[in-house]
Design a protein around this ligand. Sequence first.
Ligand code: ATP
Length: 367
Amino acid sequence: MEVVFKNVTKRYGKTVAVENLNLTIASGALHFLLGPSGCGKTTTLRMLAGLENVTEGQILFDGKDVTKSPAAERGIGMVFQNYALWPHMTVLKNIEYGLKLRGLSKEELQERVTEVLQITQLVRFADRLPGQLSGGQQQRVALARALAIRPNVLLLDEPLSNLDAKLRHEMRDNISRIHKQTGITTVYVTHDQKEALSMGTNISVMHAGSLIQTAPPRELYNNPRSPFVAGFIGETNLISGTFAGSDNKISGGMHRVETDLGWIDVSRKIGSYKVGDKVIVSIRPEAIELALISKPGDTNCFDVTLNYLTYLGESEQLQLNRGDTLIRATLFNATNHGLTDGDGARIRIPEASALILPPDDQLGAGT
Ligand code: ATP
């Protein structure tokens, strides 16, 4: 089932919870809504489910306008962070409960319950009460109950936030597997970028009621359209500067930015700029190299001071300073450079790994 939000706005009095949302959720996708607290994720999910009225705009299911359809007619399965199971009913009864309201025959009911117990790997827990299950198992019961109705769309609202780190990992794998197995269009709300990057077919990043960017995980990480997205999806160094021109004789084009670090040459940019425009250069920590042997004429090399080094085995995290500018670098497989806190060092920023972005205040809404 394809879901389309067309110019959807939701206001609570003067608060604009969601502003002019235009978004297509492809049929069969595992689509994430990601953003900080209060950005409008849950409101979007609730409008999709029909639990919240839309102030303006339309919601379409496979092209059909469902904006005014009641929740019960939309065929939505929902899973929340608090599992919302009936404590006095066994796993089996909890799953059957939603189905009984739908007037299914006994055989059909049995078939569906068996199917979802298998998918969620809960067969051996069917006769237990929720209180006799772990958090992860309870969440699987909630998932089984939502799947049993064979929903058009499955909505998951922070389903893993009550679980500890190990169970969260396990449930991530479970949800991905179940999604692949069932192919149900799934919309998943979270503020955890790792969850979204590791599982999503598409991610929509929201900020203050607006959709900022929608893209598959790799695209979002490598080509964020704004400093906000670059900083929210993974870690990055955001260095303010002024656009100083382009050299289009270099294949693919090279652009120069004047910053507190010095000139930075960058081969990738989002947007068009004139000389003098304010821009931000985004450089991922893992893109920065130690320039142990640098030659005169090497570009994008900067002398820095090592403030603090954290050794993590497979990687090292370096906090570096040049004047007031702080730069974070992550080195994988670093050679034995022998640097300790307080030493001078030289770094290089590869031209193709940096990205010129517009400042966030010039950001338009939605994609
Ligand atoms: P969180 O991650 O904290 O759950 P969220 O991104 O899901 O946040 P929403 O719950 O959608 O955010 O809220 C978006 C905005 O709308 C917030 O400013 C919130 O205070 C406001 N809001 C949400 N529900 C209501 C309501 N029933 N009445 C008034 N304002 C509301």
